[in-house]
Design a protein around this ligand. Structure first.
Ligand code: NCD
Ligand code: ZN
Length: 347
């Protein structure tokens, strides 16, 4: 197959940041994607419906002229979040989901939740009104090894929460382990998982072999190869519970290339080429559309996009920039470590 036309994709987990960074990166998403779930971990975070409304307007104002793109807004769950504000946000159509960051789990998460009991009134309201909870599924307990944090989260936080609130719809975001995939597969209802582009392409060797490579460091951190293979199998399976969430997370180079580099990989610009490559390797190009354009909207109760994009496969590797320049600084683009031949020919 040399050409593939699919419904326009959506990105169910995206960091756009704010200000100059937002202006520098949004076009890389709006070029190919119709919608994205926008992460609320700004500094300070997006905690109220009013914050989300203002942020949405800044996103729309930053869009390149002529691009049509719908930001799907989320609220950053805190122990003080008001159930009424969340319900009003959903009722107005502004809020698509609420995001749980365990405090300290990742970039800009210090204001996240320490004691889930304190967030129960909001979670109960969300279960009642059918508003999904997006979860960064890692424990932050210092004793737990960083490579085990997702699996321990499932056993000690996620599963008890789902038993307590079976009506709560939960998206386990950026699943990185076979345990996560198996847990979603075994679930009967109200659980789905997003998978990033980079976790389908790299394992932890990319970060550590031959020198420390900060541009492959993200959270949850990439795991062993057998986990990557489990993610691939789930992504290409067509199972409606798995869909794309790139977790494209731009940071300027000096913040990644230093003694304590921050977590995040920037993939918006070449995600569709990477995914076509992965799905072709897995003989599953016919299921790419389910992963990028059908399963996500179905889970969030939205219609798939009517517009189409066409991917074509060239004879020589495509070129994309190694770095992009923004007014906030230079951002390194994800290097998938293999040549890519597919590109979005029309969108
Ligand atoms: C994200 C970021 O930079 O905001 N980083 C990352 O490594 N994925 C936060 C997150 O989603 O964990
Ligand atoms: Zn993220």
């Amino acid at each position: 197959m040399r050409a593939l036309t699919i419904r326009r994709p959506d990105d169910w987990h995206l960091h756009l940041r704010d200000g100059d960074m937002l202006k520098g990166v949004i076009g890389d998403t709006s070029r190919h994607f119709a919608r994205a779930i926008i992460m609320p971990n700004l500094v300070p975070p997006v905690v109220t419906t009013a914050d989300a409304q203002a942020y949405r307007e800044r996103i729309l104002a930053a869009l390149p002229k002529g691009d049509r793109f719908e930001p799907l807004m989320t609220l950053y769950l805190t122990e003080q979040t008001s159930p009424d504000d969340v319900e009003a946000g959903k009722a107005s159509g502004l809020i698509t989901a609420v995001k749980l960051y365990p405090a300290g789990a990742t970039t800009n998460s210090h204001g996240g939740v320490r004691d889930l009991d304190k967030a129960m009134p909001v979670l109960e309201r969300m279960a009642k009104i059918g508003l999904p909870l997006c979860v960064h599924g890692e424990v932050t307990t210092p004793e737990v090894d960083i490579f085990d944090r997702e699996a321990v989260f499932i056993d000690t936080v996620l599963d008890p929460l789902r038993r307590r609130l079976p009506d709560l719809k939960v998206t386990m975001e950026h699943v990185t382990t076979k345990e996560g995939i198996d847990y979603i597969r075994e679930s009967q209802h109200n659980l789905a998982g997003s998978i990033t582009t980079h976790h389908l392409m790299i394992n932890r060797n990319a970060i550590l072999v031959g020198g420390i490579r900060p541009h492959y460091y993200c959270l949850p951190v990439a795991k062993r190869e057998h986990h990557r293979l489990a993610l691939r199998a789930a992504a290409v399976s067509g199972d409606a519970r798995f869909f794309l969430g790139t977790d494209s997370a731009p940071h300027i180079d000096p913040l990644k290339e230093c003694g304590c580099g921050c977590a995040g990989i920037y993939t918006s610009i070449n995600t569709m080429s990477c995914l076509a490559h992965v799905f072709e390797e897995e003989n599953a190009l016919d299921r790419l559309e389910a992963f990028t354009s059908l399963n996500g909207p179905a889970w969030y109760g939205l219609l798939p996009n009517e517009e189409r994009i066409t991917l074509t496969k060239g004879d020589s590797p495509i070129k994309f920039p190694a770095k992009i320049e923004t007014d906030a600084g230079i951002v390194t683009v994800f290097d998938p470590l293999v040549p890519l031949y597919w590109h979005v020919a029309s969108s």
